[in-house]
Design a protein around this ligand. Structure first.
Ligand SMILES: C[S@@+](CC[C@H](N)C(=O)[O-])C[C@H]1O[C@@H](n2cnc3c(N)ncnc32)[C@H](O)[C@@H]1O
Length: 367
């Protein structure tokens, strides 16, 4: 859109402003459809579970119950295209209600809609359904331009759903990370960009004509300057020596001894920075592995949820896949909303969430 500010920068793709040229007032279409809610997880359909397996009161005993978790809350697992799901959520009063959004959308590799799975010991590839195929065409048929349109529409809706103290993490890699960064600067504001986190997953493979690609990126933005941020620390094997510091008159100053010398202290932990190389990819040997092609590790999501939300807050993942975000949110006492286009993904997620309570697999130091 024409902008007279000489410092203005924006990313343009084919048809970005088509709707305005056709006289529409909004940059994206906003339908309001009834949900295909697969499960309001804390109100299970199955008879055996009617005693309230997902009843928060049963999951969190009286003393540990998150204070911010209304007793009549129902987590939502919705089957459908997230554009329709989010515009319907907005129409139904969810604007400004979600504290944290993590998404792991397709990365423009073109391989995201065929799911590998297992029946017994046999590995099969599940073909995409008709809605998946249609969404696939809408997303990829115009190359990178249609992918950018697809992401833009969804990110605009996500910003509206975020609470004032809310954060969003978008998980990408080298294919489109740079395009989406520019787009997020436009939607969320350059000033609300917090970090580009590098997740180095430590793949072991070979590469002949370029360096081996061994990291994804997490683009982390907040809705405002007042977002929740709980700094995370990691334990060290050996202590490191650091200058002792203290706050004086609102400023951080070095501590000195009686003779005026600087004082050193030994630290056994350090703040987590923007390179995460301590979390491996999920593989066969790991009990959380569900053989879902693009499944992400629970530890990765745990770090994000603990940093950018508090117990009882609402966490959403609109590309939930095998349900990693929802499972971790559940284990950490957060409320959650999840959605996926693929019925298979919804089935995997549903089973995973029910299994948490069957196995009492609540995360260590969680609740
Ligand atoms: C990379 S996977 C997510 C994996 C997930 N983070 C996990 O740990 O299992 C992306 C998911 O987005 C879903 N998806 C793609 N386009 C979608 C859309 N328009 N609406 C909803 N889900 C979509 C796909 O079906 C797929 O399950």
């Amino acid at each position: 859109m024409a902008n007279n500010n000489k410092k203005y920068v924006e990313l343009i793709w084919a048809d970005k402003y088509d709707r305005f040229e056709k006289g529409e007032k909004m940059p994206i279409e906003r339908p309001n459809l009834p949900f295909q809610v697969v499960e309001t997880i804390n109100k299970p359909r199955i008879k055996d579970l009617e005693s309230g397996l997902f009843d928060p009161e049963k999951v969190y005993p009286e003393t540990e119950y998150p204070p911010n978790y209304p007793k009549d809350w129902k987590n939502l697992l919705i089957w459908g295209d997230n554009k329709l799901v989010m515009s319907s959520l907005l129409k139904q009063g969810w604007a400004g209600k979600i504290n944290l959004i993590y998404i792991d959308p397709p990365f423009f590799t073109g391989a995201d809609f065929t799911v590998r799975t297992k029946i017994g010991d046999e590995e099969i590839e599940k073909e995409p359904s008709i809605i998946e195929e249609r969404a696939y065409k809408d997303t990829w048929s115009g190359g990178i331009a249609s992918y950018l349109k697809y992401m833009y529409e969804r990110l605009v809706l996500m910003r509206e759903l975020l609470a004032e103290n809310g954060s969003i993490y978008v998980h990408l890699d080298w294919h489109v990370g740079h395009y989406v960064k520019l787009m997020m600067d436009e939607i969320f504001g350059y000033e609300n960009f917090r970090n580009e986190v590098v997740w180095r997953y430590g793949k072991i493979a070979s590469s002949t004509n370029k360096f081996l690609c061994n990291h994804d990126v997490l683009l982390f933005y907040t809705k405002t300057a007042n977002a929740i941020f709980n700094p995370q620390v990691t334990k060290l094997d050996k202590p490191i020596k650091r200058l002792a510091r203290t706050v004086k008159d609102g400023r951080l100053v070095n501590v000195k001894d009686e003779k005026g010398n600087l004082v050193y202290v030994e630290k056994w932990e350090k703040l987590i920075d923007d390179v995460w190389d301590d979390i491996p990819i999920v593989m066969h040997a790991n009990p959380e592995f569900l053989d879902f092609g693009t499944q992400k590790p629970e530890l990765l999501i745990k770090r994000i949820i603990e940093t950018s939300s508090n117990p009882g807050d609402i966490v959403a993942d609109f590309f939930c896949g095998s349900g990693t975000t929802l499972a971790v949110a559940e284990k950490l006492g957060r409320r959650w909303i999840g959605c996926d286009l693929s019925k298979f993904a919804i089935q995997v997620t549903r089973k995973r969430l029910l299994d948490i309570h069957n196995s009492k697999d609540l995360m260590e130091d969680a609740k």
